[in-house]
Ligand binder design. Structure first.
Ligand SMILES: [Zn+2]
Length: 487
């Protein structure tokens, strides 16, 4: 184990401008130059100055351990990035530091995180430990570099109001808008909201946001706003400020000087892409998305064609080796088998073939394939500065085409169609920044949490299941897929 944990010292080589691990991220390199702070005390050592210092990631998520799914439990889990990427998410190396028992979402998550944060403070100072490799005692130090999970879980640990609020994005200060004349309380975040009725009441209302220059949140401002809410002289004032900022109180995690708000909390690629953006797109194509019709467009796939696509999807599994993942389900009839993993495989490898020539206009297919290309690019082992520039420009183009009137796809700049613009579409615009800030998408996606969920629920049966469904070692499946597809 001690030998394996020297991976980043012995095997990983950082090349300027190339991202292939969390040790290539801006946040890691910023910390390398900073002295460690615990409370008001500035310590003599810098972050990660000793090769034995441990880089940690924290994740939490609610899961339903029983079949009826009425109760949830919340594991609190640490990942050790000192280990080689191909094993750092394996169950035997995951540190499960606690489980919040439920039965509902924790009312005060910080109270459950408190023992862990105390320990992380001690680990930032240094804990007397024996190094088996050098046969010496030394100070063992560990720091939290990033925190990840689905949007509700991260809103909870960041003490934010969440993805339906007026300020729904944790990365920027974009204002959400509601559908005019509707009782739907959800705020949506299109870039362009011309002539929205809110503009009359608010002189600071922004009608068009520039996707290349979003009003990003900063660490200092985030914590100042959190303090302003917490120290407000009345509950009414606190509620008003919380609504304005999207922040409810000072998060306990802000006491860890290794974390920077909000960049240390990247959007989780698994939930964002496979559980939201892709799922919603498939619902838009099949007339199942929030009672939204196609407006002035015609992007739905003919139901008979969709049925044939479904049958072809299911049949393809007979000739695809099991190592690539579970058998692809029928997209029309087998709703139960859709998981982030099956949707990811279908979208990347089957969809572009099965949907070619199936839309009424080529522009819908071109738009879809652009997204596939961008997602595959995000999943590359190594990303150069040119790759990141391409991803950034690609997501901007994709989101603009998703919304824009003159190409007219999903939002069509129609305020009655605002529900086509949830924060998950907007969040695509932050993916490039997050890769630069905290590393590759695999370092902060929730697939390992899904493996843990299976382990928690099935306990001793996990190994039987793992042999049938290789998502137990999902990182391996992904690595395998990308090796096989890149050669
Ligand atoms: Zn944003």
């Amino acid at each position: 184990m001690a030998e394996k944990m020297l991976y980043h010292v012995k095997e990983h080589k950082h090349t300027a401008g190339v991202i292939k691990d969390v040790m290539d991220s801006e946040r890691y390199h910023t910390l390398l130059k900073e002295r460690v702070t615990v409370g008001s005390q500035v310590l003599n050592h810098k972050f990660f100055e000793d090769p034995h210092d441990v880089v940690l990631g924290l994740s939490t998520d609610g899961f339903a351990p029983f079949r009826r799914r009425t109760q949830t439990a919340w594991p609190i889990v640490l990942f050790n990035y000192n280990l080689p990427p191909e094993i750092c998410f394996h169950l035997e190396y995951v540190l499960s530091v606690g489980v919040v028992p439920g039965p509902k979402k924790p009312h005060d998550m910080d109270s459950f995180l408190w023992p862990l944060i105390q320990e992380l403070h001690r680990l930032a100072i240094g804990v007397h430990a024996y190094d088996a490799l050098s046969d010496e005692f030394s100070a063992l130090r560990a720091y939290l570099l990033l925190v990840f999970g689905d949007i509700p879980a991260i809103s909870m640990v960041m003490c934010m109001k969440g993805h339906n609020a007026l300020s729904p994005c944790r990365m920027c200060k974009i204002r959400g808008v509601r559908i005019p004349g509707s009782s739907n309380p959800i705020h949506y975040v299109p870039l362009c909201r011309p002539h929205h009725p809110d503009a009359d009441a608010d002189p600071a209302f922004v009608e068009v946001y520039d996707p290349a220059h979003l009003p990003l949140r900063t660490h200092g401002e985030f914590l100042r706003q959190a303090e302003e809410v917490q120290m407000a002289p009345s509950e009414a004032k606190a509620a008003r400020l919380a609504k304005q900022y999207g922040i409810k109180s000072i998060p306990l995690l802000s006491t860890l000087s290794s974390l920077s708000f909000p960049v240390s909390f990247p959007y989780d690629f698994m939930h964002l892409i496979w559980e939201n953006v892709v799922k919603n797109l498939m619902q838009l194509w099949t007339s199942q998305y929030k009672d939204l019709n196609t407006g002035v467009e015609d992007y739905e796939v003919n139901p008979t064609v969709w049925e044939a696509v479904g049958e072809a999807s299911a049949a393809s599994g007979d000739t695809i080796p099991g190592i690539f993942g579970p058998h692809p389900p029928n997209v029309t009839s087998d709703k139960m088998s859709w998981t982030a993993e099956t949707r990811s495989f279908w979208f990347q490898y089957l969809g572009p073939i099965l949907l070619a020539g199936r839309f009424t206009h080529r522009k819908y297919y071109t738009h879809f394939v652009l997204l596939v290309r961008l997602l595959c690019k995000c999943l590359q082992f190594e990303l150069s500065a040119d790759d990141l520039a391409e991803i950034c420009a690609g997501f901007i183009a994709w989101v603009e085409e998703y919304e824009r009137y003159f190409i007219r796809i999903y939002y069509q700049h129609d305020l009655q169609r605002l529900s086509a613009c949830p924060v998950t579409v907007h969040a695509l615009l932050h993916i490039t920044d997050s890769i630069e800030a905290t590393g590759p998408v695999w370092a902060s996606w929730a697939f390992p949490m899904e493996s843990l969920r299976i382990n928690f629920v099935l306990g001793p049966h996990i190994h039987q299941l793992a042999s049938r469904y290789p998502d137990y070692q999902i990182i391996h499946v992904y690595l395998f897929l990308h090796v096989t597809h890149s050669h």
